[in-house]
Ligand binder design. Sequence first.
Ligand code: B16
Ligand code: MG
Length: 217
Amino acid sequence: MSQIKACLFDLDGVLVDTAKYHFLAWKRLADELHIKFTKEDNERLKGVSRMRSLDIILEIGQIHFDSETKLKLAAKKNNWYVDFIKELTPDEILPGSEEFLKSAKANNFKLALGSASKNSMLILNKLNLVDYFDAIIDGTKVSKAKPDPEVFLRGAEELKVNPKQCVVFEDAEAGVEAAINADMYCVGIGSPQILKKANMVISGLHEMNLNKLNLLK
Ligand code: B16
Ligand code: MG
C-alpha cells in the first residue's frame, strides 16, 4: 500500500510566510526585556510552539521567570502578532500554494492542515483558504509539539487515510521529523542542507504539481 491519497500541509513557511510577523512581535518583547534577539535567532523558532519559542528567547537572554509571568509575556507577544495577522491578505499566500491546493482537491486528494499555530483559523480565514481543507489540526487541538507526530497522525485519522498514504509538506526541521515519526512521506520546503531527514526537498509549492505528486514513493 503506497499510493498517496492525502496531503498534509504545515502553515507557516509552506502556505504563508508568517515568520516575519512572529519575528517582529518577539523582537518587540525581547527589546522590552533587554534581550538581543536577531533574525538568525528567529530561525530557531520556526515550527516550535509559542511557549517553547519564549523559552528559547529567555535562554538567549539568560533570564528566568515563573510560569505565570511567562504566560503573560507569551500573551503579550501574541496580541502584537495577531495585530499583524489581522492585516493579512490572500496576496501573501506563498507562490504556487493555492494552485497546488486547488488541483490536488480537484483530483480527489484529501487535504489537511497540520500546524503548531493556535492562530491557524484566523490565518486561513484571512487568506481565504479554509474551504480547501477536509481537516484542520492546529495548536489548539494537539498536546504534543512537533517532532511528536501527533498533529499529522490526527490529520490522517480525521481524513480516514492510512499514514503511509499521506504526504506532508513541511518547512521546519522539527516538522520534518514529526512527519517521518508519523511514517509519512515528507516533502521538505526549504534547504536540503537543513531538512536532511525529508524524503525530498523543494524550494516552494510552486515546484510541486499533480504529476510529481502521483510519482511520489
Ligand atoms: P502561535 P507552523 C508555527 O507554525 C510557527 O512556525 C512557529 O514559529 C510558531 O511559534 C508556532 O506556529 C506557534 O504559533 O503562536 O500562532 O500559536 O509552522 O507549525 O504552521
Ligand atoms: Mg512551518
